[in-house]
Structures are given as structure tokens and as C-alpha cells.
Design a protein around this ligand. Structure first.
Ligand SMILES: [Zn+2]
Length: 267
């Protein structure tokens, strides 16, 4: 059976594990997406509260069936549950083959810092590869990455497989590199923190913006020529319908709103 047939028999999809920025709302979680293509499963970010949802999606308390992990940056709302995943594998599947982990070095360091050893246990669970980097083969995908502006090193990622391209910004301020990352993507997952929507929220630090509004997310998706836009990383308490309206003002394609459990068939 050639790959073309297998693709037809196994459609690709993305499941939203979490959609909140900074910290999770009740019954929600922070950033996380499970991408499946041709039976290969890669999780993108694992923020607060995403691990139970990942395990439920996999149908496994030990994350059996997970083939790779990609993490954009070392802020806990994007990576703290990597440590929970480590525990699931360390206690539940000791000696199993390592799971490839593509992430900036500080992500690995943070996970290791939660252990009492020198990091060797984490290194026996995850096969770490640095981001950003030129390119990797990850199962059926080519993984490309680009540094995008944030307060810590953040790698926007782009995963391409036959007939499918998906891109994800992680956290970023506006930057021309975002449009390149999402060029002609079938689905572009873009953060739309819309932090200013909450009047009681401390203002963003002065200087270059490190997060975006939904209007900026829509403009970036327009410039990229992306086919569909999935807004995510909403500040807790935000009215997401306002974010959708703002993105629709700057982007003509379909605007989707990330919500926990949403499954999007691709391409
Ligand atoms: Zn974040």
C-alpha cells in the first residue's frame, strides 16, 4: 500500500487540549494540541492541565501511542505538563523507547529541575532535539521552526506532510516571520492573547510587544495566505467571540476558536 492510499484511509486531525494563555480557566487548560496524521501522533505544547486531556485522547494512562513532543518555549503555560508526561513514562513504562522531544533547551532544563537527580531520568524518557533548528524529520512530517519574539526563546513551528501543512506560533509579538512560518498553511494556529480585553489585568511590559491581539493574528494569517486560522491562547476571562470578530476584520478565511476537546479534520 502506498502512502497516498494510507493518507486517504487515515485522515489527519488536530485536537485542542487547551486554549488558555497564562493560567487555565475552570474546566479548561493552557496551550496544547494533539496532531495526528496517518496514525502518527505528535503533541504541540503541554501547558497546565493538558496532560489528562492528552491521556484521554490517547486512551492510555501511560501515553502509549504518543510518537513525539514539540514544545515552543519554556513558559509553564506551554510546558509544565511535560513533567507529568515524564512521570507517566518513567513510572509506567520504564525501559520503553525514548519519546523524541523537540524544544528549546530551557524547556528540558526546567523539566529536569523538578527531579532530584542530575537529569538522567528525564534523559532516559525523552530524546531531546533543540529548537529552533533547520529541519527535522518527525515521522511523516518535516518540522521547520523559526524564532519569534517573546520574553524567552520561542520557536514557532511548521509541520508538513504529503497533502498537509500546519503551523503554530507559540507565544509571539507581531513579526514578519510569522507570515513566513504560516505560508499557505492548511491550518495556522495563532495566539490571540488579547490581554487588554480584561480591564483589571496588569499592563504588558513596556517595549516590544511579546503577545498579540486577535486582529494582529488575523493580519498575520492574511499575509501568510493560510487557508484556516485557529485562534488560541486567550487571556482567562476573555470573551472569545470578540476575538473572533476582531480576527475576521483582518482575515477573509475561516476563523476557528480553540476550545478544549475541539477536533478539526485536516487538511
Ligand atoms: Zn503562553
Amino acid at each position: 500500500m502506498n502512502r497516498q492510499n494510507r493518507v486517504v484511509n487515515s485522515p489527519a486531525n488536530v485536537t485542542v487540549l487547551g486554549s488558555c494563555g497564562a493560567w487555565p480557566e475552570p474546566d479548561r487548560a493552557c496551550s496544547g494540541f494533539l496532531l495526528e496524521y496517518d496514525g502518527f501522533r505528535v503533541v504541540l505544547d503541554l501547558g497546565y492541565g493538558t496532560l489528562p486531556r492528552l491521556l484521554a485522547a490517547l486512551g492510555s494512562t501511560t501515553a502509549d501511542g504518543l510518537d513525539a513532543v514539540v514544545v515552543t518555549h519554556a513558559h509553564p503555560d506551554h510546558m509544565i505538563d511535560v513533567h507529568g508526561l515524564f512521570r507517566a513514562r518513567w513510572f509506567g513504562r520504564q525501559g520503553a523507547p525514548r519519546i523524541p522531544l523537540f524544544a528549546p533547551r530551557p524547556v528540558l532544563d526546567r523539566v529536569m529541575s523538578l527531579e532530584e537527580d542530575d537529569g538522567s531520568a528525564v534523559a532516559r524518557v525523552f530524546d531531546w532535539h533543540p529548537l529552533p533548528a533547520t529541519a527535522y524529520d518527525v515521522g511523516p512530517f518535516s518540522l521547520h521552526s523559526a524564532e519569534l519574539p517573546h520574553s524567552v526563546l520561542n520557536a514557532g513551528v511548521r509541520l508538513s506532510a504529503p497533502g498537509l501543512t500546519m503551523a503554530y506560533t507559540g507565544d509571539t509579538g507581531p513579526d514578519p516571520a510569522i507570515a513566513e512560518l504560516g505560508r499557505d498553511a492548511d491550518l495556522f494556529i495563532v495566539e490571540a492573547t488579547d490581554r487588554a480585553q480584561q480591564p483589571g489585568t496588569a499592563p504588558a511590559p513596556e517595549g516590544r510587544a511579546m503577545l498579540m491581539t486577535a486582529g494582529q493574528a488575523g493580519a498575520a494569517a492574511s499575509e501568510a495566505g493560510a487557508r484556516r486560522l485557529l485562534l488560541t491562547h486567550f487571556w482567562p476571562g476573555n470573551d472569545r467571540s470578540l476575538s473572533r470578530a476582531d480576527a475576521e476584520a483582518t482575515y477573509d478565511g475561516e476563523v476557528l476558536i480553540a476550545t478544549e476537546g475541539l477536533r478539526i479534520d485536516l487538511p
